[in-house]
Design a protein around this ligand. Sequence first.
Ligand SMILES: Cc1cc2nc3c(=O)[nH]c(=O)nc-3n(C[C@H](O)[C@H](O)[C@H](O)COP(=O)(O)OP(=O)(O)OC[C@H]3O[C@@H](n4cnc5c(N)ncnc54)[C@H](O)[C@@H]3O)c2cc1C
Length: 397
Amino acid sequence: MTQPEKVDYVIVGGGLQGCLLAHAIAYHQPGAAVALIEQADELCGNHTWSFHQTDVPEQARGWFDPLVVHRWPGYAVRFPGLSRRVGIPYATITSTGLRAATMALATRPVPAAAPQPLVVRVGTSCEILSPTHVRCGDHVEIDCEVVIDCRGRAALEVAHGGAGYQTFIGHEYRLGRRWPAVEPTVMDVREDQAGGFEFLYELPFGPDHVLLEYTRFHEEPACEPQRAETLIAARLAEAGVDSAELIRTERGCLPMPYATPGRKSGPAVAGGYAGGWYHAATGYSMPLAIRFAELVAQSRPDRVAGDLAVAAADDALRRGFSRFLNRLLFCLVKPQDRWKIFRRFYKVLPEDRIARFYGHRFSAADAARIVIGRPPSGLAPLRFAKSFFSLSRPGFA
Ligand SMILES: Cc1cc2nc3c(=O)[nH]c(=O)nc-3n(C[C@H](O)[C@H](O)[C@H](O)COP(=O)(O)OP(=O)(O)OC[C@H]3O[C@@H](n4cnc5c(N)ncnc54)[C@H](O)[C@@H]3O)c2cc1C
């Protein structure tokens, strides 16, 4: 065995969190040496990651803004009995763009004799041996000041019965004619729900370029490809599109926990999905992944674990409330009525509260405004109240 290599940070997992963190460290600590290790053959998988522009704190914009590939001034939601335009700017980064930007960071010219600040290893599974030591593949060992675990769901065990699921099937098309909308529709909900909460999500990337994604919230992690095909085809027909070239497909499944998922092992500081730095109720990772990247990059290796623990404790009530909302959705409301919770959210909340909710910055008053009011149909007030006051005991009474 050769001598271990030595760097300041080892980031294990080159998905959304790992790559954002590499950019934040390069921006705030340009002299730091970072190794980013990804087990797949390339970084970032196959995703379109959207977010509200209000999720991005001012201090992160210097490194984050160049990663954004599409922006819109607002978006629409459509439910039976409610259509609304939300004037919060919405934006997207893509796997392709983030991968290219991260590889560019790793290959940028450095002064002669200076070490390369970011080294990326792909196709290498990494084992975390201690908070400061990893093994990559069979032979290469790396010592560092701090290991950051960004392995996503691979680092977690989600207990059965402790989560519902958000499944997605998205098709990106090049069209033979102009798409009728210029802004996204983040929820297009029809009354005819197929046994869970389902909707279409629409991102117009250009006049003849659109992503249509079918999303379903369900107790089971099962995809419904046939249902997705039917609804996407119906939307294309409704838009008058008779020729569409499918240029990319994206699919996935995200657990939406209503109990705290257990970590398999935990010698390292963990970010992203592995560390609970995602919005459990919306499935959007971006706000908390940016916050985590900023916290690590603005801290120092010897105090990062403490700084993150303080920030996580500060967020504990919001994390608990998000899990409570998942329990409301998956355990307390009849599947066919789930969509009414989302309609009510968009009916009663003003834009500033919506922005704080998606950004995981909501106050106790915001949380109260989300749940106080007429309970969703089929939900007895007493049962709702009992569940609210027993957030640690998920159950489907
Ligand atoms: C279809 C879909 C659409 C989504 N849309 C949005 C959206 O619009 N906006 C948003 O904010 N969020 C969205 N999400 C959620 C978001 O993609 C995830 O929550 C986010 O990717 C989590 O980031 P992460 O870095 O923790 O995990 P991941 O992005 O999953 O990255 C983990 C990485 O670690 C690697 N890895 C695992 N084990 C090892 C190992 N031992 N050694 C080396 N590498 C390892 C994996 O290969 C992977 O590349 C979506 C999710 C899905 C499935």
